[in-house]
Design a protein around this ligand. Structure first.
Ligand code: PMP
Ligand code: GLU
Length: 398
């Protein structure tokens, strides 16, 4: 009997694999072959989850938290999220507006599924986080890239926003602090964007604030804090980054109740809710004062200084100064058309591949983030690894 080899849907055939996860997998593969690869591709804190959070998880196991949870999250967790939103963001939500999911990635997926009809346009200021465009496409939406530049620190101006809006625009998605540029929209900058959005009341905003606490300049602003925007903003957040809990897979939204209800409905058919033990641990994480995780932010700040200093010494690496998150996003287009050690570099993907093969350093091409002139380097790695990696890159391009 003939074996069927491609009964896959157009949906999955047209989906790009996550470039960040693909690069991390490639680095793992090369390491297994014995290569000494330094992985600066994945946005994953290299710290352990703090003990007070691990203890809460152990306690939850012993307390027999083993049953299905409410689909949208334990009430105690929702209350901790409500308190966190009030404490850190001055945002008032009630339980009907909160949905806990299996990572912020699923929160974003849910929102796309419940808000988008085929052909709806979603504005994505570039560079944007790698998964936004494919999550939008999975919901049959149309990602619309909005170009930004180094001059504005990769932030979208009100004029750029206005020019990108069409009658089909349904949503705007952005992250602040931004993955991959590290840029942070100030309150005034968000207000100026909100003024444009006031003229287009059909547009729902997704404000991805997962790097909120990894901020080196202070002052985090949320789009939903503006009264005239509150009713059409979905605030996305999670514990993966600030609490070093990437594998625990908990993210959440604060949203207009009708959107939260819809996310609850889709989750009820897809996951039945997030993991019970992880949810209990996150209650403890969110109830703790933010000062408990400051040591990680302080270390990221040192690493940022280190990597920016080292990159300055490499010809053709043009960087903004990231204000948050743990990435640098240098423009390396200087190398396009040049031949390095017999390899001609035509684009950012080829540059990233060259760096992987010649320097044994894993980074991610900017193309995956909607910017074909840059690469993303994660500095969520030890200072020693950063020093070694940048020295190797310098050697490979000189
Ligand atoms: N948004 C941004 C901007 C991210 O960098 C990430 C990476 N993890 C996510 C969302 C998804 O987070 P989670 O691990 O909670 O799914
Ligand atoms: N958000 C991280 C990154 O951008 C983790 C990888 C992922 O979830 O795609 O590297």
């Amino acid at each position: 009997m003939e074996t069927l080899t491609n009964q896959l849907s157009d949906r999955i055939n047209n989906l790009a694999a996550s470039a960040t996860l693909a690069m991390a997998a490639k680095a793992r593969e090369l390491r297994a072959e014995g290569k000494d690869i330094i992985g600066l591709s994945l946005g994953e804190p290299d710290f352990n989850t703090p003990d007070f959070i691990k203890d809460a998880a152990i306690q939850a196991v012993n307390d027999n938290y083993n049953s299905y949870t409410p689909v949208d999250g334990y009430v105690e967790l929702k209350d901790a999220i409500i308190t966190k939103f009030k404490r850190d963001n001055k945002l008032t939500y009630d339980r009907s507006q909160i949905v806990v999911s299996t990572g912020a990635k699923q929160s974003l997926y849910n929102v796309a599924q419940v808000c988008l009809n085929p052909g709806d346009e979603v504005l994505l200021p570039c560079p944007y986080w790698v998964s936004y465009s494919d999550i939008v496409k999975l919901a049959e939406g149309v990602p619309v890239e909005v170009e930004t530049s180094l001059d504005t620190d990769f932030k979208m101006t009100p004029e750029q926003l206005e020019a990108a809006i069409t009658p089909k625009t349904k949503m705007l998605w952005y992250s602040s602090p931004c993955n991959p540029s590290g840029s942070i929209y100030s309150e005034a900058e968000l207000r100026a964007l909100a003024d444009v959005l006031q003229k287009h009341p059909q547009i729902v905003v997704v404000s991805d604030e997962i790097y909120e606490h990894i901020n080196y300049v202070g002052g985090h602003a949320s789009m939903a804090q503006f009264e005239d925007m509150y009713d059409r903003v979905v605030t996305v957040n999670g514990v993966a980054k600030a609490f070093a809990m990437t594998g625990w897979r908990i993210g959440y939204i604060g949203a207009p109740a009708y959107i939260a209800r819809a996310c609850n409905k889709i989750q009820g058919q897809v996951t039945s809710g997030a993991n019970c033990i992880a949810q209990r641990a996150v209650i403890t994480a969110l109830e703790a004062p933010v000062s408990k995780i400051q040591y990680m932010v302080d270390e990221f700040k040192e690493r940022r200084k280190l990597i920016l200093g080292l990159l300055k010494d490499i010809e053709g690496f043009e960087c903004n100064e990231p204000e948050g998150a743990f990435y640098v996003f240098p423009n390396i287009s200087h190398y396009f058309g040049k031949t390095l050690n017999g390899t001609t570099i035509n684009n950012a993907s080829e540059f990233a591949l060259y760096i992987l093969e010649q320097a044994n350093v894993a980074t991610v091409t900017g193309e995956a983030f909607g910017n074909a002139n840059c690469i993303r380097i994660s500095y969520a790695a030890s200072q020693d690894q950063i020093k070694q990696a940048i020295a190797r890159i310098k050697k490979a391009v000189s």
